[in-house]
Design a protein around this ligand. Sequence first.
Ligand code: AMP
Ligand code: MG
Length: 342
Amino acid sequence: MNADKLDMERIRQAGRIIRDGGLVAFPTETVYGLGGDALNAAAAEQIYSAKGRPCDNPLIVHISRLEDLEQVAASIPQKALALAEKFWPGPLTMIFEKTEKVPGETTGGLDTVAVRMPSHPVALALISAAGGFVAAPSANTSGRPSPTTAAHVREDLEGRIPLILDGGPVHIGLESTIVDMSVTPPMILRPGYITRQMLEQTAGAVAVDPGLIREESAVRPKAPGMKYRHYAPKAQMTVVHGAREQMVKEICRLVAEAKSRGEKVGVLASEETKDRYPDGLIRSVGSRQEELTIARGLYGALREFDHLGVDVIYAESFVTEELGQAIMNRLKKAAGQRILEV
Ligand code: AMP
Ligand code: MG
């Protein structure tokens, strides 16, 4: 979508709602966001209550111009500027020491603030219309899969917010990469479309939060939101990990077993394997040849299983070179870390 196709009147209306302290859902290139004025403590509180989100889980502040960064970030390392030049607008969130201007309600009581400049034209236009600083978590009920279409937002938030801007299906489908720039070396707190290799080409060595690498361990992730069971469908999900043939075979066996117990079963498969399962409700998330289709399809497929009322889901695993890190991070969380190695 280009800027002249935007419904500017609706965006101005949305901007007014946010400036008056209200909330609006809007598209970004990652997932749909639920936006409120980031500098207004009461708006942040409203966001937590609309989502049912724990208030120790800080919000990302969205800006539309690089020059606005210094209003919310107290100290901006040179490396952060280089990363902003390279990846903004885009799916990268950076964490800085916060300024006085940012209320503790927005940052979940932390002295740091997470900032991102999204690339979606509707998001950029809305942020400007709203005064420049929009706090926006994903526009889902807390704990449910993030919304990748306006229909997903309506499912969760219809009647709870005055306006939902519809920008069609999103481009990426997974939340932004989060990098903590307040530590040396910078540290990835949440994997996303921008990979560690991409960051290191611009910023040198980048660490990964130990709480992310060993998710099943007792190490607490640094991003407060990463500790919650997140992105989750209602059914109990298990990820089956292994070589393709073994994986398919094991899922077929598990499906037959679950059916004999009288359970309704869903299978999260790929274009390449979806015809290999004789039984159960099979959904392809996307093609293994094109990782982005898997990222884009994941949350929608999990929501579809909710609609179908399945009791259990068996998911193939999607470990790959690039986006695979981010995809597996979300998949394992949705499964409450239930992984079966075959
Ligand atoms: P969401 O808004 O749903 O994409 O979630 C935002 C994520 O960013 C959550 O996991 C938060 O815990 C994390 N986050 C936001 N601000 C900070 C911060 N200042 N320090 C660490 N993590 C943060
Ligand atoms: Mg979220």
